[in-house]
Design a protein around this ligand. Structure first.
Ligand SMILES: Cc1cc2nc3c(=O)[nH]c(=O)nc-3n(C[C@H](O)[C@H](O)[C@H](O)COP(=O)(O)OP(=O)(O)OC[C@H]3O[C@@H](n4cnc5c(N)ncnc54)[C@H](O)[C@@H]3O)c2cc1C
Length: 423
């Protein structure tokens, strides 16, 4: 690596796991983050077993376990609350590693604390907003302004630049200047958390409705009084362009914009409108992604995580795939220690098609397809679910999605950490 550090842009989940993985491989790196201060932003997020396997290999999983819930069941329902399907998740499904439901901010700040402890706080630079990138035969240079709006702050040279700068990636826009805004599919999501008594056994994730009108809920933390912090996403399709105008994870939601759509979602297992009303607030986010790219790695620069492959938040893969990217990237750098350009090209070759398939699968409703089929076939409900859809038809979709996203049970349990493979 020519004794130059790797420059990582962005201290999100992808950037931090990249730094931890490089450090574990003995490769020096520095993170440059746009925000002046890293605050615990966001609401709930899921990490699937293919990602927790990597976090275990990195030695960080044990620190996350007490901060998260390990869901053991996923249950699909109709918008009338009738059960369509139930499947085991994580360890209960036979994986050697759990699924984790966790607050994104807590995940990020915990990874940040571990990164500071392992690399040294001096290797995390805040208030550095990437504005331009150069790459030549001997290294790459990142140019930064002081925060998002400030004047030029510094130009930093390293062995390579890994841009993990999220859905509004500057590195991606520099490479693809005509790409424009993310693509919106017409759905809007309101995300929030509420304190609530356990739903079912307190370890169950629920998906209700269908892709045009949906509620997703799962606990992310046990509270001392027996209650739980319950994460929810209320979603529906609309043509309201004003509501969809900005993909900002921190855009506050307004209750009156969506609560009426869920007024009669009062089930014997959960009163959805009452739960939403009890939340302190919500965040609004349009369901957006971007088309898969023809190339991520150019010379000594590459893209990672949402910067490389923003996808609809369906099937719990956003953070998990960023973690997988980081692990494959480091595996490639270990495989080609004296040839950064080849290592980055190999990373591109492995991860770009894999993640493009997930972006496209999510556009096709991913693992939610059975909910769509049941709504189409039995819009007014059913007496027996078997008359509407068979377990074999559902399994075909869910198993197919697991294979596409890289968490088929046997393949995962029998495989090694992605950072240890021969690339
Ligand atoms: C504030 C915030 C809240 C979120 N909340 C949720 C949530 O509640 N649920 C959910 O499923 N997903 C959420 N996400 C998205 C989720 O974190 C990602 O989909 C996933 O974890 C992939 O992570 P990533 O590291 O690729 O991107 P991100 O987690 O988005 O991280 C990107 C990082 O890059 C930094 N950055 C951006 N531009 C620049 C630049 N030019 N120069 C330097 N640094 C830059 C950002 O400040 C951020 O820290 C959120 C993202 C953010 C940024």
């Amino acid at each position: 690596m020519d004794n130059q550090p790797v420059i990582i842009i962005g201290a999100g989940i992808g950037g931090l796991v990249t730094a931890l993985s490089l450090h574990a491989a003995g490769i020096a790196c520095d993170i440059y983050e746009s925000a002046a201060e890293i605050r615990p932003l966001g609401v709930g997020i899921n990490l699937l077993p293919h990602a927790t396997r990597e976090l275990a290999a990195l030695g960080v999983l044990d620190e996350l376990l007490p901060l998260a819930i390990q869901p053991t069941t996923l249950r699909y329902f109709t918008r009338r609350g009738q059960q369509i399907w139930s499947e085991p998740r994580g360890l209960a499904a036979g994986y050697h590693w759990p699924q984790l439901s966790i607050h994104r901010g807590l995940l990020q700040t915990t990874l940040l604390a571990i990164t500071k402890a392992r690399l040294g706080a001096a290797h995390i630079h805040t208030g550095y907003h990437l504005t331009a990138l150069d790459s030549d035969d001997h290294g790459a240079t990142a140019h930064f302004s002081a925060g998002r709006q400030g004047p030029h702050r510094a130009s930093v040279r390293g062995a390579m630049v890994v841009a993990a700068d999220g859905i509004h990636s500057v590195a991606r826009a520099l490479r693809y200047p005509t790409e424009g805004l993310p693509r919106w599919n017409g759905a809007l999501l309101w995300r929030g958390t509420a304190i609530a008594p356990p739903v079912f056994d307190g370890r169950t994730m629920v998906w209700a409705g269908h892709p045009d009108h949906k509620f997703v809920g799962y606990p992310i933390q046990d509270l001392p009084d027996g209650q739980q912090l319950f994460n929810f996403i209320a979603e529906f399709r609309t043509s309201d362009m004003v509501l969809a105008e900005r993909e900002d994870w921190n855009q506050p939601g307004v209750l009156s914009d969506f609560i009426d759509r869920f007024a009669d979602w009062q089930f014997d297992w959960l009163d959805v409108p009452a739960l939403i009303r009890s939340a302190t607030g919500t965040y609004r986010f349009p369901m957006v992604d971007r088309d898969p790219l023809p190339q991520w790695s150019v010379g000594r620069t590459t893209l990672l995580g949402d910067a490389a492959h923003p996808m609809y938040p369906i099937g719990s893969n956003g953070a998990s795939q960023a973690i997988l990217d980081a692990r494959v990237l480091v595996g490639c750098l270990r495989a080609y220690p004296d040839d950064v350009v080849t290592a980055l090209a190999r990373y591109d070759q492995v991860r770009r098609p894999a993640t493009a398939n997930i972006v496209l699968a999510n556009r096709g409703f991913g693992p939610e397809m059975p909910m769509k089929l049941v709504q189409e076939r039995a819009p007014h409900g059913f007496t027996h679910i078997d008359e509407v859809i068979s377990p074999a038809e559902i399994l075909q979709v869910t198993e197919g999605y697991r294979a596409t996203a890289g968490f088929s049970l046997a393949a995962l349990n029998n495989g090694n950490s992605l950072a240890d493979l021969a690339y």
